[in-house]
Design a protein around this ligand. Structure first.
Ligand code: BES
Ligand code: MN
Ligand code: ZN
Length: 507
């Protein structure tokens, strides 16, 4: 991972960095600190704003060079419009970061006390801005070794090392930031895993990286193929049998609740490190994107890291099924019938519908072993979910209205939005097989739904939600807080789900 942006919180009296950012609300509304700077510079801020026709609208900015009266090379006035909620604060932080980084300075300062804090207290406001800036700062450049034209290495985006966030109570903001930093670490881990090419990150390598999460306080177990065979995870193993690289299942546990015996919340991720489609092979165009077919597993890993790093008061378990779907002489064939861990038999009519085979066994194992209070699975499961929802919303399928509502609320708060899709008997019928208990494809229509129906056949009576993240985990729309191919989608969503609903003892 590239060295993450270093965030410092400093008092308003501290000297500014090479670039100083002040915020302006609508109607060029300055907070007291920005107004003091305007006075010290003999009105340079208001004059420049007037000259530029700048009024503090969101996503606009102006720049004042070599101001007199303040020890900095430039002042950037960043328009914030009206910022009322948390997501808008993150987005503003991302925007501010983009304004600074474009200017190629090593350290910068942000005056984080605007005229209008919206609904937030000053420390939460500053901490959210910092969080947004850090999320925006992520890049994946480890394989770019060529020097850029200025001979400084390919470091233009990374030039900014330190962002000092200035406010009256820097210590309170620093404290508020520690939890956000933990979540950022989780998002970065998820992004790194998804961005990594499949030659570097196969099932074994992915599992090895998970062992390091023990440093954060997680209990990490790696199940190898012999153990998976003993557990009878034949559906998962069938997916990996065409690959030269063995499959793995990783179990990560975090026991942060007061009662170590309280039922855990459970998260399950699809971790197909590369999906060629197997014998039912995918076309060449765009197949490279299938290095990201472990986006669900990456999210679970990032979430577990975030929960541990912020010392969440919850018992949680994350399980990921890691395999590689390859065509070869040992690969499974269309028409093969496998017996899943649950005992149910599956006719594999299309080897490219492999994610559901992996999840079938991991979902079963998760319930069997942990008796969780709920399960959320994440999977880059179907192209069909993108036909239905594009890349803005993930598909949400649930057997439990309460859990669905909680996820919807968490989605709106974090901007990682979900849209509920139907589950119904009539769809379930579409995966009945003539020769086995079920088949792994449902026909031309409603592909995301029949995939979800398939998963539901492996859910007992546990409250369960399935998130089809094929459109959001990778190559999703770039935004103020993510510029990377891998979005790390879902870490903030599920962290929020946990914070808002499963960390309080009375619930
Ligand atoms: N990993 C793919 C789904 C996918 C496609 C994710 C594009 C991200 C981007 C999944 O394993 C798959 O191949 N699904 C098939 C299912 C079909 C064979 C029933 C699909 O969506 O075409
Ligand atoms: Mn596939
Ligand atoms: Zn897949």
């Amino acid at each position: 991972m590239a060295a993450p942006l270093d965030i410092q919180f400093a008092p308003l009296s501290a000297p500014p960095g090479e670039t100083l950012v002040v915020l302006a609300g609508e109607g060029l509304a300055f907070g007291p600190a920005a107004r003091a700077i305007d006075e010290r510079t003999k009105g340079a801020l208001t004059k420049a704003a007037r000259a530029a026709g700048f009024s503090g609208k969101a996503k606009t900015s102006i720049e004042i060079f070599a101001p007199t009266g303040v020890e900095t090379q430039r002042i950037v006035i960043a328009g914030m419009g009206r910022v009322t909620n948390e997501l808008e604060r993150l987005q503003l932080g991302g925007y501010v970061f983009a304004q600074i980084v474009g200017r190629k300075v090593e350290n910068a300062s942000l005056i984080a006390e605007p005229a209008d804090l919206g609904e937030a207290g000053p420390e939460a406001f500053a901490a959210d801005l910092a969080f947004g800036a850090v999320l925006r700062s992520y890049t994946f450049k480890k394989y770019q070794t060529r020097k850029s034209e200025n001979g400084q290495g390919d470091e233009t985006r990374d030039a900014l090392r330190t962002l000092s966030v200035h406010l009256s109570k820097p210590d309170a903001a620093a404290k508020a930031y520690t939890e956000r930093k933990a979540i950022a670490e989780g998002v970065f881990l998820a992004r790194d895993l998804v961005n990594e090419p499949a030659n570097i990150l196969g099932p074994v390598e992915f599992a090895e990286r998970m062992r390091h999460l023990a440093d954060a306080g997680l209990t990490v177990e790696v199940l190898d193929e012999a153990q998976l065979e003993a557990l009878k995870m034949n559906a998962l193993l069938a997916v990996g049998q065409g690959s030269a690289r063995p499959s793995r299942v990783v179990v990560m546990q975090w026991n942060g609740a007061k009662s170590k015996r309280a039922k855990p919340v459970c998260f399950v991720g699809k971790g197909v490190c590369f999906d060629t489609g197997g014998i039912s092979m995918k076309p060449a165009a765009g197949m490279e994107d299938m290095k990201g077919d472990m986006g669900g597993a990456a999210c679970v890993a990032g979430l577990m890291l975030a929960l541990a790093m912020r010392n969440a008061a919850v018992n949680a378990v994350g399980l990921i099924g890691l395999t590689e779907n390859m065509p070869s002489g040992t690969a499974q064939r269309p028409g093969d019938i496998v017996t899943s861990m649950s005992g149910q038999t599956i006719e594999v009519l299309n080897t490219d519908a492999e994610g559901r085979l992996v999840l079938a066994d991991v979902l079963w194992y998760a319930q069997d072993r942990f008796k969780p209070r709920l399960i959320v699975d994440l999977a880059t499961l179907t192209g069909a979910i993108m036909v239905a929802l594009g890349k803005e919303y993930a598909g949400l399928f649930a057997n439990d209205d309460k859990l669905a509502k909680e996820l919807d609320a968490a989605g709106q708060a974090t901007g990682e939005k979900v849209w509920r899709m139907p589950l119904a008997k009539a769809y379930d019928k579409l995966i009945d097989s003539k020769t086995a208990d079920m088949k792994n494809i449902g026909g031309r229509h409603g592909g995301a739904i029949t995939a979800a129906q398939f998963l539901q056949r492996f859910i007992k009576d546990t409250p369960w939600a399935h998130l089809d993240v094929a459109g959001t985990a990778m190559d999703s729309t770039r935004n103020e807080i993510n510029q990377s191919w891998a979005s790390g989608w879902g870490v903030r969503l599920l962290d929020r789900l946990v914070v808002d609903n499963y960390e309080r003892p009375d619930k």
